[in-house]
Design a protein around this ligand. Structure first.
Ligand code: ADP
Ligand code: MG
Ligand code: MG
Length: 251
């Protein structure tokens, strides 16, 4: 589904990604871990197509198409969904209206008929249950004044509404208390199936107790320096990142 080959990127003069290789197949959940500043959000942002980052080398293909050639909105239409570490606030646009536009654009692109108000509301009610989000929140301007937890829950609600093929969740766990963490994880787990894939970026092993990954990768200084299974996340939780840094410095 997603193949990343030797991806390199910089911001300004600063090289942040220094040759990322990653292969994600349908049905898989990959966790990206690593110390602060290692490039996790940069990787997510480059995949989403944020313009501040300049790709200086490598390739990314999504379902056989060159992802890096696509505009951000085309990536979204192709089925790539990104939940950002810091979701943007859009004053004056209600969450419901924002979602209605987004859902109908994507449906149009997929050749599905546009949803009228009643069908849209039906879909919304169904997905609201999944993430236990309150309709009062959805009537408000997108993310405006939302608490950290409400923003994260709203991101997962958006994901549920858009049914992406590939979801990239950047530190969706940060700012969540344990109950909200369970609800968000539950939402993600209910959306997991054989034909979609998830990349979860996280600092902490905690999230991976709920969203159990097939693979865990450690990003350090803009490279994946170690890959393993869920056990690797447990090892990192117990031992921290220093041993990985030492291994890297020996190489
Ligand atoms: P992580 O998500 O792993 O904590 P980031 O991808 O956010 O790491 O950041 C990687 C490195 O790139 C850090 O050293 C950070 O300071 C730098 N960086 C990220 N965004 C910018 C930016 N907009 N301008 C300058 N440096 C940046
Ligand atoms: Mg960080
Ligand atoms: Mg980050």
């Amino acid at each position: 589904m997603l193949t990343i080959k030797n991806l390199q990127a910089k911001i300004g003069e600063k090289h942040i990604l220094n040759g990322i290789n990653l292969d994600v197949k349908p049905g898989e959940v990959h966790a990206i871990m690593g110390p602060n500043g290692s490039g996790k959000s940069t990787l997510a942002s480059v995949l989403a197509g944020r313009e501040e980052y300049e790709v200086t080398g490598g390739e990314v293909s999504f379902e056989g198409k060159d992802l890096l050639e696509m505009a951000p909105e085309d990536r979204a239409r192709e089925g790539v969904f990104m939940a950002f570490q810091y979701p943007v606030e859009i004053p004056g646009v209600s969450t419901i209206n924002f979602m209605k536009t987004a859902v109908n654009q994507i449906r149009g692109y997929r050749g599905q008929p546009t949803l009228d108000a009643v069908s849209f509301l039906g879909l919304m009610k169904e997905k609201m249950k999944l993430v236990e989000i309150d309709q009062a929140l959805l009537n408000r301007a997108l993310n405006e004044g939302f608490s950290g937890g409400e923003k994260k829950r709203n991101e997962i609600f958006q994901m549920a509404m858009l049914e992406p093929k590939l979801a990239i969740l950047d530190e969706t766990d940060s700012g969540l208390d344990i109950d909200a963490l369970k609800i968000v994880s539950n939402g993600v787990n209910k959306l997991r199936n054989k034909s979609n894939a998830v990349i979860v970026v996280t600092h902490y092993q905690r999230l991976l107790d709920y969203i159990v990954p097939d693979f865990v990768h450690v990003l350090y200084k803009g490279k994946i320096v170690k890959s393993g299974t869920k056990e690797l996340a447990l090892e990192l939780e117990a031992k921290g990142y220093d041993w990985i840094k030492e291994e890297v410095s020996v190489l």
